[in-house]
Design a protein around this ligand. Structure first.
Ligand code: PRT
Ligand code: ZN
Length: 308
């Protein structure tokens, strides 16, 4: 059992608040990101808020749809949420004449999916014009309305709160507009994807209102750490030995690396050690190519943190 949370010294007013999804597809990756930023906190099972033990940062666990509103209302300074939710909320606020008070700081490397239009097997689809006059079920009415308006298509948007994929079978809609990742839900419901309305992934959002002066230092530090964690995702540190004459060929092979570090090897004037951070995946084929170019003792290590 987790120990009860203790509130660290800073007063509530100077503690940063970040909202993340309580329980869902974004939860584990959001918690992983925060812990890789160095945050330590204990989370009870049904707790809605956890106090950071080593930073003046508190985490609010909420439904993902509420995250932009919490930033809008200044309850939270930051949030981790899907672009699909951010965009839908932004358009909804705009439609009501309210200025959205949340902005994207950076996209994050998780929660990837697409908001797609899918039609039942057998539906004759000849481009977006085929949607004219149809009933389209979705939980994203504002994003869908923008897609239709941009193409001057008049269709009926049927707003559902869930189980969108069964709407055509129930006779509630002709086609659907829903999130897709692997596509297996569409296939299981005899639907096929015909349009991508929005490409989505998780995003870090913040209020555009200047954050209180006494919170700014930690905001800056946290945003820098999040950026540092995101930058090293997938990055590898490669170390190898090589003949000096093969350096140019080896540098060319190292994917997405900045100028590698070259270190002379003691007592071996003709050979050097090469160290490089590669920002792309490192496959076995690359190691074989490096070996072919003259490299030996090739080591590939994960990169845990990086501060540019
Ligand atoms: O309770 P709460 O409101 O917080 O959760 P939720 O049910 O609204 O959200 P959740 O946990 O399902 O998704 C949270 C976020 O994850 C979404 O807003 C997206 O940004 C992102 N995401 C990534 C997805 C998917 N992939 C996804 N596949 N969200 C939903 N789905 C659903 C989709 O709606 C469909 O029902 O998964 C099904 C399709 O999946 P595939 O793999 O069969 O294509
Ligand atoms: Zn939700």
């Amino acid at each position: 059992m987790n120990a009860p949370p203790t509130r660290p010294e800073a007063s509530p007013a100077v503690r940063l608040k970040i909202a993340i999804q309580k329980s869902g597809r974004l939860t584990d990756s959001s918690l992983d990101l925060l812990s890789r930023c160095g945050l330590k906190f204990s989370r009870g099972k049904d707790q809605l808020m956890c106090y950071g033990e080593n930073m003046p940062l508190d985490v609010l666990f909420v439904r993902d749809d509420d995250i932009p509103d919490l930033v809008q209302e200044d309850v939270c300074d930051l949030g981790l949420v899907g672009l699909n939710v951010v965009e839908e909320k932004r358009l909804a606020f705009q439609a009501r004449g309210i200025a959205p008070l949340f902005e994207i700081v950076q996209l994050l490397d998780f929660g990837r999916c697409k908001l797609c239009i899918a039609v039942p097997d057998g539906f004759e689809y000849r481009g977006a014009a085929s949607l004219a006059g149809k009933r389209i079920a979705t939980t994203y009415p504002n994003i869908l309305a923008r897609f239709l308006a941009e193409r001057s298509i008049a269709a009926e948007v049927v707003v559902l709160s869930g189980s969108v994929e069964i709407a055509p079978r129930l006779g509630r809609a002709d086609v659907i507009c829903d999130l897709v990742s692997t596509g297996s839900t569409l296939a299981a419901n005899h639907l096929r994807q015909v349009e991508t309305v929005l490409e989505s992934q998780a995003a870090l959002i913040r209020t555009p209102v200047p954050i209180a002066a006494d919170k700014q230092d930690w905001t800056r530090r946290l945003l820098m750490r999040i950026d540092g964690v995101e930058q090293v995702k997938g990055s590898k540190y490669i170390m190898l030995h090589a003949p000096r004459s093969a350096l140019a060929a080896i540098a060319k092979l190292l994917p997405g690396s900045e100028a590698p570090t070259v270190i002379p090897l003691e007592g071996r004037g003709d050979r050097v050690a090469v160290h490089a951070v590669c920002r792309e995946s490192v496959f076995w084929e690359l190691l074989e190519d490096l070996k072919g170019a003259g490299a030996t003792s090739v080591l590939v290590l994960p990169v845990e943190k990086m501060l540019a």
